[in-house]
Write a protein that binds this ligand. Sequence first.
Ligand code: NAI
Ligand code: FMN
Length: 176
Amino acid sequence: MQDVAPQDYRDAMACLGAAVSVVTTDGSAGRAGFTASAICSVTDDPPTLLVCINRASSAYASVIGNKAVCVNVLSARHEQLSRLFGGKLPAEERFAAAAWSTLETGAPVLADCAAAFDCRIADIVNVGTHDVLLCRIVALQRSGCTDNLIYFGRAYHTVGVTDPAETGPEFALARS
Ligand SMILES: NC(=O)C1=CN([C@@H]2O[C@H](COP(=O)(O)OP(=O)(O)OC[C@H]3O[C@@H](n4cnc5c(N)ncnc54)[C@H](O)[C@@H]3O)[C@@H](O)[C@H]2O)C=CC1
Ligand SMILES: Cc1cc2nc3c(=O)[nH]c(=O)nc-3n(C[C@H](O)[C@H](O)[C@H](O)COP(=O)(O)O)c2cc1C
């Protein structure tokens, strides 16, 4: 099979806008977290989402060792937090920038995120540089879902619902 070049692939993938989450874990294998956009819903029965994690990520050993993650979906105001968890900072400095609680698994739950999916890792598939984590949702936290942080064209944007009560959902996309 003839593969396209990784850079050509990334250039094309930059055309796919995606929601941004901070994926966290805690437990005997340690507390860690990373910014992620490679996340999607698999099935609602049983409620399952998938997360792709680079095995070179500093969070990898903790995620695999704890067998649990929380997917914290970011709102527009969390752009700086996304940058912190996507950088090379030590874990303590990443977590110091926000308030956290826990639900079922002990993975950190971001206080004011749009939605948090607390998960146990049910299965893992190795693909190239990444592991695909199949994550069963064991608890949820939801707050107002009025705006989201979006990563598109190698830049952050926000998408929001304006006046949903009066006019129905109207969506606006703005570069931040
Ligand atoms: N799935 C992943 O592991 C992702 C990793 N990143 C990392 O964040 C940094 C900045 O990324 P960009 O500004 O978007 O520029 P970029 O040129 O590195 O990536 C463009 C797009 O390609 C995809 N991509 C990039 N690296 C990938 C990887 N190693 N595996 C699978 N897909 C990948 C993503 O959809 C990304 O938005 C890079 O270090 C990149 O590797 C960003 C998005 C997704
Ligand atoms: C917008 C954005 C989306 C990302 N999505 C993913 C992802 O889905 N999976 C992944 O393994 N890394 C992803 N990354 C990269 C990780 O956040 C980053 O590589 C990780 O924190 C590595 O840094 P570290 O090894 O110093 O922790 C993304 C980065 C950014 C900025």
